[in-house]
Each structure stands twice: as structure tokens, then as C-alpha cells.
Write a protein that binds this ligand. Structure first.
Ligand SMILES: [Zn+2]
Length: 399
């Protein structure tokens, strides 16, 4: 028993140290033996043993660096091996799907977009689009199915916490997609599915100042997304509660999810359009509203149009009240706002702050810090890379 325990803890330590070294090589590029020691804080003998093992397994490789004019032996550098494995990130949004290919060092190698017909709710045409796009990625970069070690997918909506199954989404409604089935032919790959805003929260979470316990990320667009990062016992947890379809007003406006009075039925782009044009609240004016249309409503609001101004303010109130409930349950934490809707923030701000102010936690401690964060798409990709590379490390070291 004791021998088995000692063996398993040695094994655990070896894995943890290997992961530290792989991460350092990915983040810093090629490193010498001495660089790895200073980056990881590991002992020289440990670094030697692990890098020898990883080199033997073909996961990392050596190169020599000659310094012009310098005497003596060239510096030996270590780096992730070319072609040892790849990850594919698939970001699904209302009107398009973005496919990205990256290598094991996280470097972007290829990217393309496929537009989607927004009126098609059936999942079958979408599944075949995904499969042919994956084949296209492999073909364009001349890689085999077996070299793909992770396929990481993101979508708005509700994802199963244990399996890569999309349970409900604004695009397909109740039409569920099991991505393990979709990509069954890539039998060397881990299939990962995450809520899009949870990925953004995960990426922003790595930049949190030390000691900050949490962050709520709200994404404003056609849909409303929410991701939450919390530090629990030194571990970072990322959650995606069903914020957008939380009740805002009983017997309220019709929502795309089929319920009435959801936060999104007041704060999503279609809701802003509905209020601005005084469309009856039991009617959904459009499944997808182009950004240019919301820009026009925002311009009217800025010029003093009463209904347009009210539409944005009402969106702000729904978000503020929703966030006040979130803070009451999870404690006060800073809020980051991202997505295409950030450009209308000044029109929603008063409403949002007044919605927040109605709660005890905010009355006690004041309005939390609110920051606008640009570059949502890049943060989504960063989140994909972080979770996929972590899985690839586990996969490689588990062999
Ligand atoms: Zn809803």
C-alpha cells in the first residue's frame, strides 16, 4: 500500500513538473537548460531527466544556437517539436463559424470563416459543414487526422458540464449536438465544448491581480452571455450560469428561448430593436439583427430620440438588475463588459448602474468596478488555446 502510494505521488510530481516545463517552452519559445531552471524553479537534475524523456518521446526537440563571433560550443535550445500535435478551435457565432488551426506551441497556422444561413435551425447541415471544414483544415496544412490532438468548440448557450454536448443554444434551440459523435473519426483528439463567455472569463481570469477573488464577464450582442471566474481554495473555477434567460420581469416580453421576461428579452439586440420600433412585446422582430441596424438606433438615441434612448436604458436596467442578483448570490466582484454591444455602453450606463444600485450588497459596498474589454474574439481564441493545450498536455503525458 505504502509503495503504491509513494509511486503514485512520484508519478504525480513527474507529471506536474513535466507540465511546468512544457508550459514554459510554449510561453517563452526555445529555452536553454539554464533558462528552463530559472523559469520553472526546478532542480537541474529534474530538468535533465524530464527533458530527456520528452525529447525521447518526440514531444520536444533540440536546436543549436550559434552566436556569431563567439567561441566555444553553440547553445543548445529546447522547444516543442514541430508537428508533434495540433489543435483546432471552432468558434460558433450567430452568423458565422471561425475555424483556427494552431500548433502545440499555440502558434496560429491557419484560419478561415464559414458563414451560416441564420434561418436554418436544423443541426444536420451544420454538422456536415463542421466535418467538411475539418477535412479542409487538414488538407490545407497537410496534416493527418491523428495529428489533431484537441478540437475545442465554443458556442453561446447551455453546454453539458461532463460531455461535449450542446444542450440548448440561441442558434439551434433544443436541437442538441454531441460533438464527440460529430468528430468521432479524430480518435486521437480530445473534444472540448465550452460556453463562449466562460472561455472569455477564463482568459481574463489568468490576468486577474493576485488576491482578487472573482470576476463576472458579460457579453453584449445578439445574445447576452455571462461567464464567472472564482478562486476557490486556490483553484480557479469558471462557470457559465444561465444569466441571459434568468427572469427579469414576470409576464414580460417574449424571449427567443420560448419563455417570457428573460434578461435577454430586454437586453439582446433584437430586444433593443423591438422597443425602439415599438413592436408588441409578444413578437420577436428578427432572429438576427445586423450591427448596422443597432448602430442606427444608437445614433437616433444620441440625437435625442425618446424611444431609441429608452430601448438602451431599459437594456441597461435589465442587465443591472440581473447583475445585482448575481452579486447577491456570489458576492461583490468586478464586472468586465465585452462583445459588440460595448460601443453602446454609454447609452446603457445610467440604467445599468440604477439596476445595480437597488440591491443591498451594492448599497453596502458601492457599485463594483466596471471595465469595458475590447477584442472579444481574440479572448475566445486565447481561452480555446488554454483549455485545449492543457488537455493535450494531459493526453501526451498520460501515454
Ligand atoms: Zn429567454
Amino acid at each position: 500500500m505504502r509503495v503504491a502510494q509513494a509511486r503514485s505521488s512520484t508519478e504525480f510530481l513527474r507529471r506536474t513538473n513535466s507540465i511546468l516545463i512544457l508550459r514554459a517552452l510554449r510561453e517563452r519559445g526555445a529555452l536553454s537548460h539554464t533558462d528552463i531552471i530559472s523559469e520553472t524553479g526546478l532542480a537541474s537534475a529534474t530538468v535533465s531527466a524530464i527533458t530527456a524523456e520528452l525529447t525521447h518521446a518526440g514531444i520536444i526537440e533540440q536546436s543549436e544556437q550559434h552566436t556569431p563571433g563567439a567561441r566555444g560550443r553553440p547553445r543548445v535550445l529546447l522547444q516543442p517539436a514541430q508537428g508533434c500535435g495540433y489543435l483546432v478551435a471552432i468558434a460558433i457565432s450567430s452568423d458565422a463559424v471561425q475555424f483556427s488551426l494552431a500548433d502545440y506551441s499555440g502558434r496560429l497556422l491557419d484560419r478561415f470563416y464559414e458563414s451560416r444561413n441564420q434561418t436554418i435551425k436544423a443541426t444536420a447541415p451544420f454538422v456536415s459543414l463542421l466535418r467538411t471544414s475539418l477535412e479542409r483544415i487538414c488538407e490545407r496544412s497537410q496534416i493527418t487526422d491523428r495529428q489533431i490532438l484537441a478540437i475545442s468548440i465554443s458556442s453561446k448557450g447551455i453546454v453539458d458540464s461532463a460531455r461535449p454536448v450542446l444542450l440548448w443554444s440561441p442558434i439551434f434551440g433544443d436541437g442538441q449536438i454531441d460533438f464527440a459523435d460529430v468528430f468521432a473519426q479524430y480518435d486521437n483528439a480530445s473534444i472540448i465544448l465550452k460556453n463562449e463567455t466562460a472561455l472569455v472569463a477564463g482568459a481574463l481570469g489568468t490576468r486577474l491581480p493576485l488576491g482578487q477573488l472573482g470576476l463576472a464577464v458579460v457579453s453584449l450582442g445578439h445574445n447576452i452571455g455571462l461567464g464567472l471566474v472564482r478562486a476557490v481554495d486556490g483553484e480557479t473555477q469558471t462557470l457559465a450560469p444561465n444569466f441571459s434567460h434568468m427572469l427579469h420581469l414576470p409576464n414580460g416580453a417574449r424571449c427567443r428561448c420560448g419563455a417570457n421576461g428573460c434578461v435577454e428579452a430586454y437586453a439582446g439586440f433584437y430586444a433593443i430593436l423591438r422597443t425602439a420600433f415599438e413592436v408588441p412585446k409578444d413578437h420577436i422582430p428578427a432572429q438576427f439583427v445586423p450591427l448596422s441596424e443597432i448602430d442606427r438606433i444608437a445614433d437616433s438615441a444620441r440625437r435625442g430620440d425618446r424611444m431609441a434612448g429608452f430601448a438602451f436604458r431599459q437594456a441597461g436596467v435589465a442587465l443591472g438588475q440581473g447583475l445585482s442578483r448575481l452579486l447577491s448570490l456570489h458576492g461583490r466582484m468586478p464586472i468586465a463588459i465585452t462583445g459588440p454591444g460595448t460601443r453602446y455602453y454609454e447609452l446603457m450606463r445610467d440604467g445599468l448602474e440604477s439596476g445595480l444600485a437597488e440591491t443591498h450588497v451594492v448599497r453596502m459596498h458601492g457599485v463594483p468596478e466596471i471595465t469595458l474589454v475590447e477584442g472579444e474574439a481574440e479572448l475566445v481564441f486565447e481561452g480555446h488555446k488554454a483549455s485545449a493545450l492543457e488537455r493535450i498536455d494531459e493526453h501526451i503525458l498520460g501515454k
